[in-house]
Design a protein around this ligand. Sequence first.
Ligand SMILES: Nc1nc2c(ncn2[C@@H]2O[C@H](COP(=O)(O)OP(=O)(O)OP(=O)(O)O)[C@@H](O)[C@H]2O)c(=O)[nH]1
Length: 610
Amino acid sequence: MDNLISLVNKIQRACTALGDHGEASALPTLWDSLPAIAVVGGQSSGKSSVLESVVGKDFLPRGSGIVTRRPLVLQLHKSDEGTREYAEFLHLPRKRFTDFAAVRKEIQDETDRETGRTKQISSVPIHLSIFSPNVVNLTLVDLPGLTKVAVEGQPESIVQDIENMVRSYIEKPNCIILAISPANQDLATSDAIKISREVDPTGERTLGVLTKIDLMDKGTDAVDILEGKSYRLKFPWVGVVNRSQADINKNVDMIAARRREREYFASTPEYRHLAHRMGSEHLAKMLSKHLETVIKSRIPGIQSLINKTIVELETELSRLGRPIAADAGGKLYSIMEICRLFDQNFREHLDGVRSGGDKVYNVFDNQLPAALKRLQFDRQLSMENIKKLITEADGYQPHLIAPEQGYRRLIESTLVTIRGPAEAAVDAVHSILKDLVHKAISETPELKQYPGLRVEVGNAAIESLDRMRDQSKKAALQLVDMECCYLTVEFFRKLPQDVEKGGSPTQSIFDRYHETYLRRIGTTVLSYVNMVCATLRHSIPKSIVYCQVREAKRSLLDFFYTELGKLEQKRLSALLNEDPAVMERRSALAKRLELYRSAQAEIDAVAWSK
Ligand SMILES: Nc1nc2c(ncn2[C@@H]2O[C@H](COP(=O)(O)OP(=O)(O)OP(=O)(O)O)[C@@H](O)[C@H]2O)c(=O)[nH]1
């Protein structure tokens, strides 16, 4: 089963290296699902001493007052017999510490770097790995000691801050709580028991450790606690005797300290019967065994989390797209491919596969007819204007039978006003097409990946649309102008003649400008213009579709493609410069995916051999 813990340690190490250890990470974290052991207790209760005894090494800063001011995530890796012990910090990769006094100094310095040389605390953890043949595979977290009052130089909030930090570690269901209580204080006042009971009321994951048994008042002993009579925990209490401050000052080594501890329990009459389950060595073995059990029970959960995360990571990676080829040909091909995808999305909008193309029809069916209808031609066909134009057209020689020139001028001046709605229809379709370009851009994830290309493709498409709009405007206005320059003769031939209506062609000049006469001219012109409007209502949309819609579908990026062929390799590369954030995200995801895949393979292997 040792390989199980070593596997979890390995995964934890990989998680740590990837920054995948649960703090404000936007990515799912494997770390949170892996079991770890957190050491909690009041200040100077002996937490760091217990940790050192478990490790069997002297490497933690110790003393009175607040010493542990940042969480220390300590990973113990059992290495092969005969290999040299060393330690490594995550913040100093590749630097191997073989001198453990230097490890202690680095912990102090790294704490000071984050908090300053004050009594402040920080929740940013220090990650330390120890590789040794003399340790059991474990991950332990040393936390700042719980306190009741702030001392000189500390903010009032420190009491609550430490409690919150400790709680954030031990409230995770995967955390095994090593609750340290000093035997020379009343257990009822133990900070460790108080906080662990809050987060783990059933005691499923709390292991009680009693320190400083050697410092108890004469005549008192800890037998009732150690036998679980004073305060019962699910797991039996473990008593330890760590080195005193005097021992530390005298440099009593760990081997000697462990031997003394063994002797203490074996020779003290009160504890002799408990000696086999007391002491740091027993604690280390018990922790390791407990961790194994916990890991075993978590394996199915961890496996399903890993499988689920792999799917999520793969989906996101494929959404971000592949990195691009390095050679010019590959680049050109990629750009064309991305443009083709964009072009296809754009066309799908017009063809009704995606939404938005129907707005074009709305222009033809509603906007244009409404605009034509709004042209009342009142000003052009007012009595005054009709009279003016007819008189002007007659010149020095008043018309004899019908005011031919007058009619032409009146019709022309009225038809010209249709240019407005024709241009407006062209512009309306232009703006719809522009919107569709923007939509298609945002719906092409490959363009999101390359902001440079996105801008260029967007600009090129809009430029093409602008050209098509100009062309379309010309064509639509031409339709109107064509109507102005040649009138439909049949319309006038079919008109009832004055004579037939009983009028006389030899009426006086005065009568020719009589209101009834002028009104009849106005009515004739209006009905001619209305006939033309009805024709244009159908021909303008045809011209717009021909010049803009169909053309956009056919050749939106043609100009861009021509220009692309002329670009140098450098400019091509610039187009494919990825958004640095996307690049970062992709490589973070890829690394994480690698971690999860190897974790999956290893856990599956261990689970099968279980
Ligand atoms: N005699 C004796 N002294 C101990 C024992 N355990 C710890 N000490 C001493 O108590 C002091 C505090 O021990 P630490 O291990 O630094 O306590 P801590 O809980 O880690 O302290 P902080 O990190 O500051 O909260 C040190 O001087 C230790 O030598 C013990 O079992 N017996």
